[in-house]
Write a protein that binds this ligand. Structure first.
Ligand code: GDP
Ligand code: ZN
Length: 349
Protein backbone atom coordinates (compact mmCIF):
# COMPACT_ATOMS: atom_id res chain seq x y z
CA UNK A 1 0.00 0.00 0.00
CA UNK A 2 1.42 3.34 -0.96
CA UNK A 3 0.26 6.84 -0.25
CA UNK A 4 2.65 8.47 -2.68
CA UNK A 5 1.88 9.06 -6.32
CA UNK A 6 4.04 6.53 -8.20
CA UNK A 7 6.23 9.18 -9.75
CA UNK A 8 7.24 10.45 -6.33
CA UNK A 9 8.14 7.15 -4.83
CA UNK A 10 11.82 7.35 -5.53
CA UNK A 11 12.32 10.89 -4.38
CA UNK A 12 13.28 9.88 -0.87
CA UNK A 13 12.95 12.54 1.75
CA UNK A 14 12.18 15.28 -0.74
CA UNK A 15 8.91 13.61 -1.54
CA UNK A 16 7.94 14.23 2.05
CA UNK A 17 8.40 17.92 2.08
CA UNK A 18 4.86 19.08 2.58
CA UNK A 19 5.53 22.70 1.76
CA UNK A 20 3.51 22.38 -1.41
CA UNK A 21 0.34 21.00 0.12
CA UNK A 22 -2.64 22.62 -1.55
CA UNK A 23 -6.03 23.19 -0.03
CA UNK A 24 -7.91 22.30 -3.17
CA UNK A 25 -6.77 19.67 -5.59
CA UNK A 26 -5.65 21.13 -8.87
CA UNK A 27 -7.88 19.59 -11.52
CA UNK A 28 -5.28 19.81 -14.27
CA UNK A 29 -2.38 18.75 -12.10
CA UNK A 30 -0.08 21.11 -13.95
CA UNK A 31 0.29 23.79 -11.34
CA UNK A 32 3.94 24.30 -10.45
CA UNK A 33 5.12 23.58 -6.93
CA UNK A 34 4.39 26.54 -4.78
CA UNK A 35 5.46 27.70 -1.38
CA UNK A 36 2.02 29.17 -0.74
CA UNK A 37 0.15 27.41 1.97
CA UNK A 38 -3.25 27.83 3.49
CA UNK A 39 -3.02 30.66 5.95
CA UNK A 40 -3.67 28.75 9.14
CA UNK A 41 -2.48 31.64 11.23
CA UNK A 42 -3.94 30.16 14.37
CA UNK A 43 -2.14 26.83 13.93
CA UNK A 44 -0.10 25.55 16.84
CA UNK A 45 3.02 23.46 16.65
CA UNK A 46 2.77 19.91 18.02
CA UNK A 47 4.64 16.62 18.35
CA UNK A 48 2.82 13.42 17.41
CA UNK A 49 3.02 11.03 20.35
CA UNK A 50 0.89 8.21 19.03
CA UNK A 51 -1.44 7.22 16.24
CA UNK A 52 -4.55 5.18 16.73
CA UNK A 53 -7.04 4.50 13.95
CA UNK A 54 -7.05 7.96 12.44
CA UNK A 55 -6.78 9.72 15.80
CA UNK A 56 -3.53 11.39 16.71
CA UNK A 57 -2.39 12.18 20.22
CA UNK A 58 -0.15 15.23 19.97
CA UNK A 59 1.78 17.32 22.46
CA UNK A 60 1.22 21.07 22.29
CA UNK A 61 3.31 23.83 23.90
CA UNK A 62 6.06 21.35 24.67
CA UNK A 63 8.02 22.39 27.77
CA UNK A 64 5.87 25.52 28.00
CA UNK A 65 3.53 26.70 30.77
CA UNK A 66 0.55 25.30 28.96
CA UNK A 67 1.96 21.99 27.80
CA UNK A 68 -0.90 19.63 27.04
CA UNK A 69 -1.85 16.61 25.01
CA UNK A 70 -4.49 17.09 22.37
CA UNK A 71 -6.45 14.58 20.34
CA UNK A 72 -6.60 15.45 16.67
CA UNK A 73 -7.75 14.17 13.32
CA UNK A 74 -6.12 15.09 10.07
CA UNK A 75 -7.35 17.53 7.48
CA UNK A 76 -8.76 16.17 4.24
CA UNK A 77 -5.87 17.47 2.21
CA UNK A 78 -3.52 15.23 4.22
CA UNK A 79 -5.50 12.05 3.72
CA UNK A 80 -2.89 10.60 1.39
CA UNK A 81 0.00 11.33 3.70
CA UNK A 82 1.15 9.06 6.48
CA UNK A 83 1.36 10.94 9.75
CA UNK A 84 3.49 8.93 12.16
CA UNK A 85 4.79 9.04 15.71
CA UNK A 86 7.54 11.62 15.94
CA UNK A 87 6.10 13.88 13.28
CA UNK A 88 5.98 17.61 13.94
CA UNK A 89 2.67 18.99 12.80
CA UNK A 90 0.55 22.14 12.74
CA UNK A 91 -2.80 21.83 14.49
CA UNK A 92 -5.89 24.03 14.14
CA UNK A 93 -9.38 23.82 15.59
CA UNK A 94 -9.84 22.97 19.22
CA UNK A 95 -6.32 22.50 20.55
CA UNK A 96 -7.36 23.07 24.14
CA UNK A 97 -6.92 19.43 25.03
CA UNK A 98 -10.17 19.62 27.02
CA UNK A 99 -12.13 16.43 27.34
CA UNK A 100 -14.02 15.71 24.15
CA UNK A 101 -12.13 18.36 22.19
CA UNK A 102 -10.71 17.60 18.80
CA UNK A 103 -8.00 19.40 16.88
CA UNK A 104 -7.15 19.04 13.22
CA UNK A 105 -3.70 18.48 11.75
CA UNK A 106 -3.28 20.68 8.68
CA UNK A 107 0.40 20.30 7.96
CA UNK A 108 3.28 17.90 8.45
CA UNK A 109 6.46 19.84 9.07
CA UNK A 110 9.52 18.86 7.06
CA UNK A 111 11.09 15.71 8.48
CA UNK A 112 14.72 15.33 9.43
CA UNK A 113 14.68 11.53 9.19
CA UNK A 114 12.29 8.73 8.33
CA UNK A 115 12.65 5.20 9.63
CA UNK A 116 11.09 2.93 7.04
CA UNK A 117 10.51 -0.70 6.29
CA UNK A 118 9.03 -2.62 3.42
CA UNK A 119 6.69 -5.58 3.74
CA UNK A 120 9.52 -7.88 2.70
CA UNK A 121 12.85 -7.66 0.94
CA UNK A 122 11.38 -7.98 -2.53
CA UNK A 123 8.86 -5.23 -1.95
CA UNK A 124 10.09 -1.76 -2.80
CA UNK A 125 7.03 -0.08 -1.33
CA UNK A 126 7.85 1.28 2.04
CA UNK A 127 5.98 2.06 5.20
CA UNK A 128 7.07 4.82 7.48
CA UNK A 129 7.52 3.74 11.08
CA UNK A 130 8.77 6.85 12.82
CA UNK A 131 9.73 10.38 11.81
CA UNK A 132 12.44 12.68 13.12
CA UNK A 133 14.32 10.14 15.22
CA UNK A 134 18.07 10.60 15.34
CA UNK A 135 18.99 7.38 17.14
CA UNK A 136 18.00 3.73 16.85
CA UNK A 137 18.29 1.69 20.01
CA UNK A 138 18.63 -1.94 18.98
CA UNK A 139 17.74 -4.22 21.87
CA UNK A 140 19.05 -7.77 21.69
CA UNK A 141 19.29 -10.45 24.39
CA UNK A 142 22.47 -12.33 25.23
CA UNK A 143 20.26 -15.40 25.58
CA UNK A 144 16.61 -16.42 25.65
CA UNK A 145 15.97 -15.67 22.85
CA UNK A 146 19.34 -16.53 21.31
CA UNK A 147 20.88 -13.45 19.72
CA UNK A 148 20.88 -13.42 15.93
CA UNK A 149 23.58 -11.30 14.35
CA UNK A 150 21.78 -11.22 11.02
CA UNK A 151 18.70 -9.71 12.62
CA UNK A 152 20.78 -7.00 14.23
CA UNK A 153 22.41 -6.41 10.82
CA UNK A 154 18.98 -5.72 9.40
CA UNK A 155 18.18 -3.15 12.07
CA UNK A 156 21.55 -1.52 11.46
CA UNK A 157 20.93 -1.35 7.72
CA UNK A 158 17.56 0.30 8.32
CA UNK A 159 19.26 2.82 10.64
CA UNK A 160 22.13 3.62 8.29
CA UNK A 161 19.73 3.93 5.38
CA UNK A 162 17.70 6.46 7.33
CA UNK A 163 20.76 8.38 8.51
CA UNK A 164 19.98 7.45 12.12
CA UNK A 165 22.79 6.60 14.55
CA UNK A 166 22.50 3.09 16.03
CA UNK A 167 23.05 2.13 19.68
CA UNK A 168 23.14 -1.47 20.85
CA UNK A 169 21.71 -2.63 24.16
CA UNK A 170 22.43 -6.22 25.04
CA UNK A 171 20.05 -7.48 27.71
CA UNK A 172 20.04 -10.59 29.90
CA UNK A 173 23.80 -10.51 30.39
CA UNK A 174 23.00 -12.28 33.68
CA UNK A 175 22.11 -15.33 31.56
CA UNK A 176 25.04 -15.47 29.14
CA UNK A 177 28.32 -13.80 28.30
CA UNK A 178 27.57 -11.43 25.41
CA UNK A 179 31.20 -11.14 24.30
CA UNK A 180 31.18 -13.65 21.42
CA UNK A 181 28.03 -12.10 19.99
CA UNK A 182 29.30 -8.55 20.38
CA UNK A 183 32.49 -9.42 18.49
CA UNK A 184 30.35 -9.34 15.33
CA UNK A 185 29.86 -5.61 15.74
CA UNK A 186 33.14 -4.39 17.15
CA UNK A 187 34.36 -2.86 13.88
CA UNK A 188 31.21 -0.78 13.50
CA UNK A 189 31.95 1.68 16.31
CA UNK A 190 28.48 1.45 17.79
CA UNK A 191 28.01 2.31 21.47
CA UNK A 192 27.19 -0.92 23.32
CA UNK A 193 25.34 -0.95 26.65
CA UNK A 194 25.00 -4.09 28.71
CA UNK A 195 21.89 -4.75 30.74
CA UNK A 196 21.04 -7.40 33.31
CA UNK A 197 18.02 -8.30 35.40
CA UNK A 198 17.66 -5.75 38.17
CA UNK A 199 20.77 -3.92 36.97
CA UNK A 200 19.25 -1.72 34.30
CA UNK A 201 21.95 0.52 32.80
CA UNK A 202 20.00 3.74 33.31
CA UNK A 203 22.99 5.85 34.32
CA UNK A 204 24.76 4.79 31.18
CA UNK A 205 21.75 5.31 28.93
CA UNK A 206 20.62 8.68 30.30
CA UNK A 207 23.42 10.76 28.76
CA UNK A 208 23.07 8.91 25.46
CA UNK A 209 19.35 9.64 25.28
CA UNK A 210 19.24 13.23 26.55
CA UNK A 211 18.65 15.69 23.74
CA UNK A 212 17.78 12.91 21.29
CA UNK A 213 14.77 11.16 19.88
CA UNK A 214 15.55 7.46 20.06
CA UNK A 215 13.54 4.65 18.52
CA UNK A 216 13.76 1.33 20.34
CA UNK A 217 13.48 -1.85 18.27
CA UNK A 218 13.97 -5.49 19.12
CA UNK A 219 12.69 -8.97 18.60
CA UNK A 220 9.89 -10.10 20.89
CA UNK A 221 11.06 -11.28 24.32
CA UNK A 222 14.41 -9.52 24.40
CA UNK A 223 13.30 -7.30 27.29
CA UNK A 224 12.59 -4.08 25.43
CA UNK A 225 9.41 -3.28 27.37
CA UNK A 226 11.18 -4.00 30.63
CA UNK A 227 13.91 -1.56 29.68
CA UNK A 228 11.53 1.14 28.44
CA UNK A 229 9.51 0.89 31.64
CA UNK A 230 12.70 1.24 33.67
CA UNK A 231 13.71 4.29 31.63
CA UNK A 232 10.34 5.94 31.92
CA UNK A 233 9.25 4.93 35.43
CA UNK A 234 5.60 4.78 36.21
CA UNK A 235 4.59 4.74 32.60
CA UNK A 236 3.58 1.15 32.58
CA UNK A 237 4.22 1.28 28.88
CA UNK A 238 0.69 0.15 28.11
CA UNK A 239 -1.15 2.75 30.17
CA UNK A 240 1.12 5.79 30.10
CA UNK A 241 -0.05 9.38 29.95
CA UNK A 242 -0.61 9.01 26.24
CA UNK A 243 -3.34 6.53 26.75
CA UNK A 244 -4.87 8.34 29.68
CA UNK A 245 -5.27 11.39 27.50
CA UNK A 246 -7.01 9.60 24.68
CA UNK A 247 -9.57 8.86 27.34
CA UNK A 248 -10.34 5.51 25.85
CA UNK A 249 -8.61 3.37 28.39
CA UNK A 250 -7.50 1.25 25.52
CA UNK A 251 -4.43 -0.90 25.72
CA UNK A 252 -1.93 0.60 23.30
CA UNK A 253 0.91 -1.80 23.77
CA UNK A 254 0.81 -2.74 20.10
CA UNK A 255 1.16 0.81 18.85
CA UNK A 256 4.22 2.96 18.41
CA UNK A 257 4.36 5.54 21.17
CA UNK A 258 6.66 8.41 22.00
CA UNK A 259 7.57 8.64 25.70
CA UNK A 260 9.46 11.38 27.47
CA UNK A 261 12.53 10.18 29.35
CA UNK A 262 12.67 11.98 32.73
CA UNK A 263 16.42 12.51 32.40
CA UNK A 264 15.95 14.10 28.97
CA UNK A 265 15.09 13.07 25.45
CA UNK A 266 12.33 10.99 23.94
CA UNK A 267 12.12 7.27 23.48
CA UNK A 268 9.81 5.78 20.89
CA UNK A 269 8.75 2.22 21.53
CA UNK A 270 7.74 0.14 18.53
CA UNK A 271 6.06 -2.97 19.90
CA UNK A 272 4.28 -3.79 16.66
CA UNK A 273 7.42 -3.67 14.54
CA UNK A 274 9.04 -7.08 14.67
CA UNK A 275 10.51 -7.32 11.23
CA UNK A 276 12.27 -5.07 8.81
CA UNK A 277 11.85 -5.68 5.11
CA UNK A 278 14.67 -3.86 3.40
CA UNK A 279 13.35 -3.79 -0.15
CA UNK A 280 13.47 0.01 -0.24
CA UNK A 281 17.07 0.37 0.90
CA UNK A 282 19.72 1.79 -1.39
CA UNK A 283 23.35 0.60 -1.09
CA UNK A 284 24.59 4.15 -1.56
CA UNK A 285 22.77 5.24 1.61
CA UNK A 286 24.51 2.57 3.66
CA UNK A 287 27.91 3.53 2.35
CA UNK A 288 27.27 7.16 3.30
CA UNK A 289 27.18 6.14 6.96
CA UNK A 290 30.73 4.80 6.63
CA UNK A 291 32.43 8.01 5.68
CA UNK A 292 35.94 6.52 5.95
CA UNK A 293 35.02 3.79 3.47
CA UNK A 294 32.89 6.01 1.25
CA UNK A 295 35.91 8.21 0.56
CA UNK A 296 37.90 5.22 -0.72
CA UNK A 297 34.94 3.78 -2.64
CA UNK A 298 34.81 6.92 -4.74
CA UNK A 299 37.49 5.27 -6.87
CA UNK A 300 35.39 2.13 -7.43
CA UNK A 301 34.11 1.27 -10.90
CA UNK A 302 30.64 2.59 -11.70
CA UNK A 303 27.94 0.40 -10.23
CA UNK A 304 30.39 -1.43 -7.97
CA UNK A 305 28.59 -3.66 -5.46
CA UNK A 306 31.56 -3.39 -3.02
CA UNK A 307 31.04 -7.06 -2.19
CA UNK A 308 34.06 -9.40 -1.78
CA UNK A 309 33.70 -10.65 -5.36
CA UNK A 310 33.28 -7.21 -6.95
CA UNK A 311 35.82 -6.76 -9.76
CA UNK A 312 38.31 -3.94 -9.14
CA UNK A 313 36.52 -2.82 -6.01
CA UNK A 314 38.70 -0.19 -4.41
CA UNK A 315 37.61 -1.25 -0.92
CA UNK A 316 38.90 -4.79 -1.46
CA UNK A 317 42.12 -3.43 -2.93
CA UNK A 318 42.56 -1.07 -0.01
CA UNK A 319 42.30 -3.99 2.39
CA UNK A 320 44.79 -5.99 0.32
CA UNK A 321 47.40 -3.24 0.45
CA UNK A 322 46.76 -2.30 4.07
CA UNK A 323 45.09 1.09 3.58
CA UNK A 324 41.88 -0.05 5.29
CA UNK A 325 41.32 -2.45 8.20
CA UNK A 326 39.83 -5.72 6.97
CA UNK A 327 37.36 -5.95 9.85
CA UNK A 328 35.81 -2.62 8.97
CA UNK A 329 35.32 -3.51 5.30
CA UNK A 330 34.08 -6.97 6.29
CA UNK A 331 31.41 -5.36 8.46
CA UNK A 332 30.23 -3.10 5.67
CA UNK A 333 30.16 -6.04 3.26
CA UNK A 334 28.14 -8.11 5.70
CA UNK A 335 25.55 -5.31 5.88
CA UNK A 336 25.49 -4.95 2.10
CA UNK A 337 24.98 -8.70 1.75
CA UNK A 338 21.78 -8.22 3.71
CA UNK A 339 20.51 -6.28 0.72
CA UNK A 340 21.18 -8.95 -1.88
CA UNK A 341 17.68 -9.85 -2.95
CA UNK A 342 16.56 -13.28 -1.87
CA UNK A 343 12.95 -13.77 -2.88
CA UNK A 344 11.00 -15.71 -0.32
CA UNK A 345 13.73 -15.59 2.29
CA UNK A 346 13.20 -12.13 3.52
CA UNK A 347 11.36 -11.77 6.78
CA UNK A 348 13.16 -12.02 10.02
CA UNK A 349 10.47 -12.95 12.48
P1 GDP B 1 9.89 -7.52 25.05
O1 GDP B 1 9.04 -8.50 24.30
O2 GDP B 1 11.17 -7.26 24.33
O3 GDP B 1 9.19 -6.27 25.38
O4 GDP B 1 10.34 -8.27 26.38
P2 GDP B 1 9.84 -8.06 27.89
O5 GDP B 1 10.30 -6.76 28.41
O6 GDP B 1 8.39 -8.36 27.96
O7 GDP B 1 10.71 -9.19 28.60
C1 GDP B 1 10.59 -10.55 28.26
C2 GDP B 1 11.01 -11.37 29.47
O8 GDP B 1 12.42 -11.22 29.72
C3 GDP B 1 10.33 -10.94 30.76
O9 GDP B 1 9.99 -12.11 31.47
C4 GDP B 1 11.38 -10.14 31.49
O10 GDP B 1 11.23 -10.20 32.90
C5 GDP B 1 12.65 -10.85 31.07
N1 GDP B 1 13.83 -9.98 31.12
C6 GDP B 1 13.95 -8.72 30.67
N2 GDP B 1 15.22 -8.26 30.86
C7 GDP B 1 15.91 -9.27 31.44
C8 GDP B 1 17.28 -9.42 31.87
O11 GDP B 1 18.12 -8.51 31.75
N3 GDP B 1 17.63 -10.61 32.42
C9 GDP B 1 16.74 -11.64 32.55
N4 GDP B 1 17.16 -12.78 33.09
N5 GDP B 1 15.44 -11.53 32.16
C10 GDP B 1 15.04 -10.37 31.61
ZN1 ZN C 1 33.61 -1.04 -4.59
Amino acid sequence: MSWLPPDEEDEGFDAWDESDVRVRPNPKGTKPRTKQRPAHVDAVDARVLSVDRGRYTVLVDEDGDDERTVTATRAKELRKQAIVTGDRVDVVGDASGDEGSLGRIVRIQPRTTLLRRSADDTDAVERVIVANADQLLVVVAAANPEPRPRLVDRYLVAAYDAGIAPLLVITKTDLADPKPFLANFSALDIPVIRSAQGAWPLDELAPLLAGHTTVAVGHSGVGKSTLVNALVPGTDRAVGHVNVVTGRGRHTSSSTVSLRVPTGGWIIDTPGVRSFGLGHVDTANILKSFSDLAAVAEDCPRGCTHLPDAPDCELNEAVADGRLPAARVDSLQRLLTTLVKQPGASLDS
